[in-house]
Design a protein around this ligand. Structure first.
Ligand code: RAM
Length: 892
């Protein structure tokens, strides 16, 4: 078997409406049942139809190993057109695949800023701006003739939901998504060919407030980006005879009030089903003429991210009565999305659902940590038949739901939890012999599900839910093991770049809420060390994980500007010792009543200054900017020297005696030789003083276990992992957590809560331990020089407490697997898989050259193995191998 599978265009399967101002890139995977399979050549054909009768472009057979991000740069593209593509490949032995099955992509509008349609909204008298009630818009049109295809191109100020002839259009939610609305606004494309009918058609739109106009941020502000909800839409119908008909949003449309009395991301939704209009009925009252408004169209871009969709459904595990006598549903999982429910009763009766994450120590419903976010859904029945409802423009973070007004016959089965997030492909799986660690992995995964709803948020429940840069930076690699995050971070990083200040400062959250780049912005809401470094860490991580050089090139200027911003700060050109920083946020060594850990903030700022400079140097090298690379190499050296003279004593001790200080100095290579050794010893000592427990906050925690494992203290890293008392990762697991908490002690030993003002139970930052599980415990890593797992590193790191580990990561080339098992009789078995068209560099700690077997034969004799030698650090064996699955055994 030798074949091609998983054709993707810009990471997506058969995308429509893509931006084609840049050349689309396609990727494929090779499947082979033979080891050591490398692609030697490929051929691509692009055609106007799936039968490939009309070939538009044929690459011919090209000698190349490239099978990801292949640019279709010879192809002349046109707007609004579908292109079919297929691929054939040959290996080094000359074996060829058949043509792959055909895949396609479809280009979007000719120029995303050129719209024939106009922005429309409901007239003022119908919709006073401060009214919470949502408008709906509609139009009628005739279809005459046989339709070849029909597409809707649409965006909104606010959020929209479309219906065509009574059917919801598409399965995307929270469209058009959240971007830096001053600079960028996505439009979506829908294939509506199958929804149109001959004769009269009715197209209706609900408009919501969303991030654009609803409450946003922790200062109870509304209308941050604007106060008008508006729609911009074009429906293009292509008839079989080649003619086209365009239905455009303009003032011929009609507007009416909808049955949604209020809908707000934080607050919830109020719906009165008695007020529903049959908007497909022309003769109903209540409709007025829509009005046009002026708003920029220059900022409109094609959809970049994958859409938010309904990903999974959960049934409640219990309907319980609390000690206070309240009726509460338990979903069994802290989840993000909403409840869909069925209810029956008389017209005018109102039911209410309030959402929260935890019960208090007495078992009562607890929502004080929501701050001002109401998370309340209210539904007034129209009466008669059973009614099923789910909200439209709000999402809740919850495990428990307080029910009111449902009556005595209510049953758990009447409710379904609908989990919504960006539809990223799940790529990572991890399982080991310890159930608590497996639950930790589950919690990390659910932290991502809950907080990757179009932008990477800190939390999904209280009045915050913002794209905090620091949190994103800390979690990006873990996230990219668990799911394919490339389109998600592509969009978010472009917003980061758009919101960056002219001096290169990075707002605390992206999208920014207050144009930090303007002089009249209220306060300095940008540029904290370890937060702003999302500008360098995120694109570099996406580059390593997906081989995405284009994103790196797109972000390169932004990376440079961030470094130059840091360069301009401080009283010394190579130290960053001024300004506000969040420091080692929530570190346990903070002063009482402070959120900021004890680690000197100048040290953190200078450490990240060095790290970002190094990443920018690496990016310059990848992109071929050798002068820049030299500049950043030099700058990095100077920052490291300045760090040394400021923070390392002449005899080699780090002047700041915290866990996080040692961790950063080691992770970023800021201490060498004896100073490095002392930092490792000091870290051990500080951990021991804390009873082998961490005291690190947001900044130190993600690197703590990696640093221990990298510096010869893997056993200590395992020890920290396995601690079950506070503070530790498993403490919360033993307390029943199903997601990752913001605080190590969100719920204290005595059952009481951390203060109400900041206590999220779904905050992924500490979930960055996931990276250690995949990259160190299972040992699956990338290679900077051959990114995207073109060369796979596998170095399992067994430790006391685990008998086996199994991990899989679905990469751009296919599945990478690493598992290890301690067998009876002191034998270690390590199984690895590296996909076709990649090679593997496997390190087996503890193995000896002469003892290593692969499937029962001496390893160096096995097919596919290129080289076996002593590991560089002398503590095991390293194996260079070609693609395929291997099973190694050795005494351990
Ligand atoms: C909190 C957020 C976030 C953190 C900032 C500094 O409000 O929840 O996690 O990055 O503060």
């Amino acid at each position: 078997m030798f074949q091609i599978t998983k054709l993707r265009c810009e990471y997506k399967e058969n995308p429509i409406g893509i931006d084609w101002s840049v050349t689309p890139r396609i990727s494929w995977q090779l499947l082979s049942d033979e080891r050591d399979c490398v692609q030697a050549a490929y051929r691509i054909q692009v055609a106007g139809g799936s039968s490939f009768e009309n070939v538009l472009w044929d690459s011919g057979k090209l000698n190349s190993e490239q099978s990801i991000h292949v640019e279709l740069n010879q192809l002349k593209l046109e707007a609004r057109n579908r292109y079919y593509y297929r691929v054939q490949a040959w290996d080094a032995k000359g074996n060829g695949t058949d043509w792959s099955t055909a895949a396609f992509f479809e280009t979007g509008l000719a120029d995303a800023s050129q719209w024939q349609a106009e922005w429309i909204t409901a007239p003022q008298q119908l919709m006073p701006q401060e009214d919470d009630r949502l408008p709906q818009l509609r139009t009628f049109f005739e279809v005459n003739g046989r339709i070849a295809s029909a597409r809707i191109y649409v965006t909104a100020l606010g959020l929209y939901e479309l219906e065509l002839n009574g059917e919801r259009v598409g399965d995307h939610y929270f469209t058009p998504g959240w971007t830096s609305y001053w600079n960028r606004l996505q439009y979506q494309t829908y294939d509506v060919t199958g929804l149109l009918k001959d004769g009269e058609n009715a197209l209706g739109v609900l408009l919501g407030s969303g991030w654009y106009k609803g409450y946003l941020g922790f200062r109870q502000q509304k209308n941050i980006y604007g106060s008008n909800r508006a729609l911009l839409l074009e429906l293009h119908i292509r008839y079989e005879d080649g003619s086209e008909q365009h239905i455009l949003s303009n003032d011929s449309w009609q507007a009416a009030e909808s049955a949604i009395l209020m809908s707000d991301i934080y607050m919830g939704e109020h719906y009165d089903a008695r007020l529903e209009l049959d908007w497909t009925n022309r003769s109903q009252d209540g409709w007025q003429q829509a009005v046009t408004i002026n708003h920029s169209k220059d900022i409109i871009i094609a959809q970049e991210n994958v859409p938010v969709t309904k990903i999974e459904r959960l049934k409640p595990i219990e309907l319980l009565a609390t000690p206070k006598g309240e009726l509460v549903l338990d979903m069994g999982q802290n989840m993000v999305g909403w409840l869909s429910f069925t209810v029956q009763g008389e017209a005018g009766r109102t039911v209410e659902l309030v959402h929260a994450e935890v019960l208090d120590s007495e078992g009562n419903f607890y929502r004080d940590n929501m701050r001002t976010a109401e998370q309340r859904v209210r539904y007034t029945l129209k009466g008669g038949e059973k009614e099923t409802y789910e909200p439209h423009f709000t999402f809740q973070g919850f495990r428990y739901v307080l029910l009111a007004g449902f009556g005595d016959n209510v049953q758990a089965d009447d409710f379904t939890g609908v989990v919504l997030h960006s539809e990223m492909e799940r790529t990572g799986d991890f399982e080991c012999s310890d159930p608590l660690v497996n639950q930790l992995h589950h919690n990390i995964l659910w932290g991502q599900k809950g907080n990757f709803l179009d932008v990477p948020t800190d939390c999904p429940q209280r009045d915050e839910r913002l794209g905090w840069t620091g949190d994103a930076q800390m979690f990006v690699r873990t996230a990219s093991y668990l799911m394919n995050t490339a389109p998600f971070f592509t969009k978010w990083l472009r917003d980061l770049k758009a919101d960056q200040t002219p001096e290169g400062g990075i707002p605390f959250f992206i999208p920014d809420l207050q144009r930090s780049y303007t002089e009249d912005s209220l306060e300095k809401n940008h540029s904290s060390a370890a937060w702003g470094d999302a500008a360098t860490i995120c694109p570099w991580t996406i580059y390593e994980m997906y081989g995405d050089t284009r994103l790196l090139a797109d972000q390169y200027d932004s990376m440079k500007k961030w470094v130059s911003y840091m360069h301009e700060q401080g009283s010394h050109p190579y130290l960053w010792n001024t300004g506000f920083h969040f420091g080692d946020w929530l570190g346990l060594d903070s002063k009482p009543d402070s959120y900021i850990g004890a680690t000197d903030r100048d040290l953190i700022a200078t450490a990240f200054y060095a790290y970002s400079t190094e990443l920018t140097r690496k990016a310059a090298e990848v992109l071929g900017y050798s002068e820049d690379a030299e500049y950043y190499r030099d700058l990095h050296g100077r920052v490291v020297n300045a760090f040394e003279s400021e923070f390392v004593t002449p005899s080699g001790r780090l002047a700041v005696s915290t866990q996080t200080a040692q961790v950063l100095a080691l992770k970023f290579g800021l201490v060498q030789g004896p100073a490095k050794e002392r930092a490792v010893l000091k870290l051990k000592e500080l951990l021991a003083e804390a009873g082998d427990h961490l005291t690190t906050g947001f900044v130190g925690t993600p690197y703590l276990n990696p640093v221990l494992t990298e510096n010869g203290h893997n056993e200590l890293a395992y020890k920290l992992l396995f601690q079950q008392d506070y503070p530790s990762w498993l403490y919360q697991v033993t307390k029943g957590a199903t997601t990752i908490w913001e605080h190590w002690d969100g719920i204290k030993e005595d059952g009481s809560f951390w203060s109400t003002d900041m206590n999220s139970f779904n905050h992924y930052a500490y979930g960055a331990i996931g990276e250690w599980l995949y990259r160190y415990v299972a040992g699956i890593g990338t290679d900077e020089a051959l990114p995207g797992f073109k060369r796979v590193h596998i170095k399992p790191q067994p430790g006391a407490g685990l008998d086996f580990v199994r991990a899989n990561v679905e990469t751009m080339y296919g599945g990478v697997a690493s598992s290890w098992t301690r067998k009876n009789g002191g034998v270690m078995e390590v199984q690895v898989t590296v996909p076709a068209n990649t090679t593997g560099f496997v390190v087996l700690p503890g193995a000896k050259l002469q003892d290593l077997q692969e499937n029962g034969v001496p390893a160096e004799q096995a097919v596919g193995i290129h080289q076996v030698s002593a590991a560089e650090d002398g503590a095991g064996v390293q194996v260079e191998l070609g693609s395929g699955s291997y099973s190694f055994t050795y005494p351990f």
